[in-house]
Every structure is written in structure tokens, then in C-alpha cells.
Design a protein. Structure first.
Length: 478
């Protein structure tokens, strides 16, 4: 659909011609003016203040979305300044509101919601606006789109996957004796975490972990542990807390275990020929065959050109067709379908409707993976139930911390927001730092790099809003 190509990169490597040349009626004239003053068509497009830069840079990508509908986004910008610039009490007010309610109260046009915001949220937070916290929606939109002109750019790893290109080498490094001799208990599932009260300080400490070795079928235990980081999603948290009565007695963990997850389906398709697309990363929007799901398709042969591993080392380059990674989010309406039917929906309906040349391509092979309830669901009112980075707190249970994209980071809050690997990654470092602070002497903390600083106009807007809100009640929240 128009405008929803999360192309990597759209803006950071855009040229004057690629942006201005796509503006109807005036693009050629603007390009001519720049050429006359020495700015060539192939010059990098300048980074402009947000949101002006996004408005201009996305004009070629929104050919059928009227300017009046785009302009209605201004109301959402005002709400974002008020919410993200406010204190935690203000943010909790927005958290209790659905994003759909927010759009209505700030007069966001129906067409902008249906053609842009809803599809974006379905693939960004995996739920439609009526099922999402307004707070997290604004965090996501700011982090992914509004903070800077090039915030919407995405990057795809050049070869292999994140798992085999980043995580596996890091694990191999840490497992070497000279680097600490990390032991990875692969194929093991935590069953119970046991807690004891220390009579010296009156605090509780995790002391024992029982786990199931799925390869042997035996239950084993680790005694006298120093600390635990619960790097879990909602499903993992439910499993561990339900099997750990000591943890379940602490409200912070039982509340986190009550949160539900979102169904996701991942598909990989191999075709007999190359299919050219305008963008290598695309979003499905408003197709009935999605059955309420959000969907994306990524052209891996374009992202990873020259990577023979997409097909296998024994396949000649001339024989390689397009390899497409497709994902469905909020996929409950598709989970009951067979793998063949899911692949057929893509090859017979969704892909040919999006790019007509897919109708001429023959499917050679496919793979489908279904994952029920595994992704964090930022539902309205969920903020206070999400697990804190510090777990139950250093005054109660100092050696159990939490990590993941859904954790509340408190005073260690980071600029990476929403459902994203960056937030999960950062929270892991912060959880490790926190655990080491209470369990090791002379520990040197790992430096956590911040995101780029907010632009001056956003900071100014926050300051102005704070002054105005001293006199104006937030009648649009509750």
C-alpha cells in the first residue's frame, strides 16, 4: 500500500531527486532551483527539523493520501508532546486510554487512521489501535517516525540472521575460558525458582533454580545461585511464576504473569524467478484475507544480494529466484489454517495483489512457523502490570531482575521505545548492571549508549506544554 514501505534505508540515503522528483507538479521545478544554486539532483537530501523533514520526504510515498488527511496528524503530535513530556502519572492516564480513543479525541482523520496508522500499528505493535495503550502507541510513533527525519529507516543484516551472525558468535566468545567460561544450558526449561529469607538483613534472595533438561527428560537443580535475570516474554513469565510459589506470592511477578501475548506467524517463500519490487520491505494493508492480522513481506534477495545461503551453497546463482520473508502479527484468525493454506493465501492473493509480477512466479518451496501468544501485548492499562527492571525491588528481593522490551525501566528509562529489539537489548545491559551492583564489589558498569538527543523544537514544545498544563486540565484523559 502507498507509503508503507519501511525501506532500508528510505531517508538517510535519499537524494534530492528521489524525494523532490516524486512531488507532483512542483518536484521538477524545485529540483531545477536546487540545480541552479549548485545543489545537484544526486546530492543527499538534507535532514530537516522534525516533523517537516518527514512530511516532505514522504510525499513520493503517499501518492493517494490527501494533504488534508496528513495534516490531521498535528493533533497526534500535540498529544505526543503532552504525554512523553509529562510525568509518570500523566503517562498512566494515557496508558488507560486506547489509541482508537486518542485518535477520535484529537480529530485524526479516518482515512489517515485506516490507510496509515492502523496498518503501521499492526506491524509495529502487532495489534489494532482499539486494543493498544495510547501511551505505548505514542512512544512507538515518536521513536520510529517522529523523533528525527530518518527515524523510520530500518536496517537488515547483510548476511545470515541475527541469531547466527550476532548472537552465536557472542555466545562462543563468552563460553571461552579466558572470557569467563559461560555455560549455556541449551534445551533446558526453568521449572521453579526458590527464594529464602536472609535472617541477617531480612531480605529475600533467590537461592535455587530447578530446570527440566528436555534432552534427557531429567529435572536438575542449580544451588547457591548469586542472582537471576528473568529475560522472559509474557508466556515464559507465566510458566516460571506458575511453577514458583515463592515468586507468585510477590504481586509484581503475579501481575506480570497475568499479561497476555500476541499470536505471530512467520513464513519463508522461495520462488523460481526474481521479482522486482519498488521497495524491499513492505506492509500489507486492508486485505480481507489477512483476517484481522497485520502483515509484512521482505525481499531477502534484495536485502542480502549475493548471499547464496538464502538458497543453499549447492545452488548456482543463475538458478536463484526471489526469497520472501512474510510475517503475520495479531494472527489469531490465521493460526487454525494449515501451513499449505497460509502459503496459498500469500502466493495466490496477497503478493500478486501487491506486486503483479508475483502472479507469474512459481513457488518452489515454503516454510511456516506458528508462535502462539509469544509477543508482548501493550494493552490499555497494562503499564502498572508490566515487570519492573528491578523486579520486586532491592529492599525486598535484590538478586532477581527483569529484562525485555516490556519491562518498566524506571530511573534507567531509555529512549528506545515500544516493541523493539533495541529496547530488549538495552534492558539486558541495565538488568545486568543492576544485579552486579548488589552482588559484586568493585564492579565496572557496562556503558549503555543513549539514543540521539531530542530535537530543539520537541524540547521547546514540552516546556511550553508544561506551562500550559498548569492551568488547563487534561479533559481528554481519565
Amino acid at each position: 500500500p502507498d507509503g508503507l514501505e519501511a525501506t532500508a534505508p528510505v531517508f538517510s540515503e535519499a537524494t534530492v531527486d528521489s524525494i523532490l522528483g516524486g512531488i507532483p507538479f512542483v518536484g521538477g521545478a524545485l529540483g531545477g532551483v536546487l540545480n541552479s544554486i549548485g545543489g545537484g539532483a544526486e546530492e543527499p537530501f538534507p535532514l530537516l527539523p522534525s516533523p517537516l523533514g518527514q512530511v516532505i520526504a514522504t510525499i513520493p510515498y503517499f501518492e493517494r493520501l490527501p494533504v488534508a488527511d496528513r495534516a490531521s496528524m498535528v493533533g497526534l503530535l500535540l498529544a505526543t508532546i503532552d504525554c512523553l513530556g509529562g510525568d509518570e502519572a500523566t503517562q498512566q492516564q494515557y496508558d488507560r486510554m486506547t489509541a482508537h480513543e486518542l485518535f477520535l479525541r484529537f480529530k485524526i482523520s479516518e482515512r489517515l487512521v485506516n490507510d496509515f496508522l492502523k496498518p503501521t500499528l499492526l506491524v509495529g505493535l502487532f495489534k489494532p489501535p482499539e486494543e493498544l495503550s495510547a501511551l505505548v502507541v505514542m512512544e512507538l510513533l515518536y521513536y520510529y517516525a517522529l523523533a528525527h527525519q530518518d527515524s523510520f529507516d530500518v536496517r537488515w543484516i547483510k548476511n545470515g540472521t541475527v541469531s547466527d551472525s550476532l548472537i552465536a558468535p557472542m555466545a562462543d566468545y563468552l563460553m571461552k575460558k579466558e572470557n569467563g567460561g559461560l555455560q549455556v544450558k541449551g534445551g533446558c526449561r526453568v521449572k521453579q525458582i526458590s527464594i529464602d529469607k536472609d535472617q541477617r538483613d531480612g531480605k529475600m534472595y533467590a537461592r535455587k533454580i530447578e530446570y527440566l533438561d528436555t534432552r534427557s527428560g531429567e529435572t536438575e537443580a542449580m544451588e547457591d545461585i548469586d542472582g537471576v535475570i528473568l529475560a522472559l516474554g509474557c508466556q515464559g513469565m507465566q510458566s516460571v511464576v506458575s511453577g514458583s510459589p515463592d515468586l507468585a506470592r510477590l504481586p509484581v511477578f503475579s501481575q506480570a504473569a497475568s499479561l497476555k501475548g500476541i499470536d505471530v506467524i512467520s513464513v519463508r517463500l522461495w520462488f523460481d524467478r526474481r521479482v522486482e519490487t519498488r521497495s524491499p520491505a513492505n506492509v500489507f494493508s486492508r486485505f480481507e484475507s489477512l483476517r484481522g492480522a497485520g502483515g509484512t513481506f521482505f525481499m531477502l534477495d534484495q536485502f542480502q544480494a549475493g548471499n547464496t545461503g538464502l538458497w543453499g551453497d549447492d545452488i548456482k546463482n543463475d538458478d536463484m529466484g526471489s526469497v520472501v520473508a512474510c510475517d503475520f502479527y495479531n494472527a489469531g484468525g490465521l493460526m487454525s489454517l494449515s501451513e499449505e493454506d497460509i502459503a496459498k493465501i500469500l502466493t495466490d492473493e496477497l503478493l500478486p495483489s501487491s506486486v503483479s509480477k508475483f502472479a507469474d512466479a512459481k513457488l518452489v518451496d515454503s516454510w511456516v512457523g506458528k508462535y502462539g501468544g509469544v509477543v508482548s501485548w501493550f494493552s490499555p492499562g497494562s503499564f502498572t502490570r508490566r515487570p519492573p527492571l528491578e523486579g520486586a525491588g532491592n529492599d525486598i528481593l535484590p538478586n532477581v531482575k527483569c529484562a525485555g522490551d516490556w519491562v518498566r525501566m524506571g530511573e534507567r528509562e531509555h529512549g528506545a521505545k515500544g516493541l523493539c529489539q533495541e529496547r530488549a537489548f538495552v534492558s539486558g545491559f541495565e538488568a545486568a548492571n543492576s544485579l552486579m551492583r548488589v552482588s559484586a564489589d568493585g564492579f565496572k558498569e557496562h556503558e549503555v549508549l543513549p539514543v540521539r538527543e531530542d530535537e530543539w523544537q520537541f524540547k521547546l514544545g514540552v516546556e511550553i506544554n508544561r506551562e500550559v498544563m498548569k492551568f488547563l486540565p487534561r479533559f481528554w484523559t481519565r
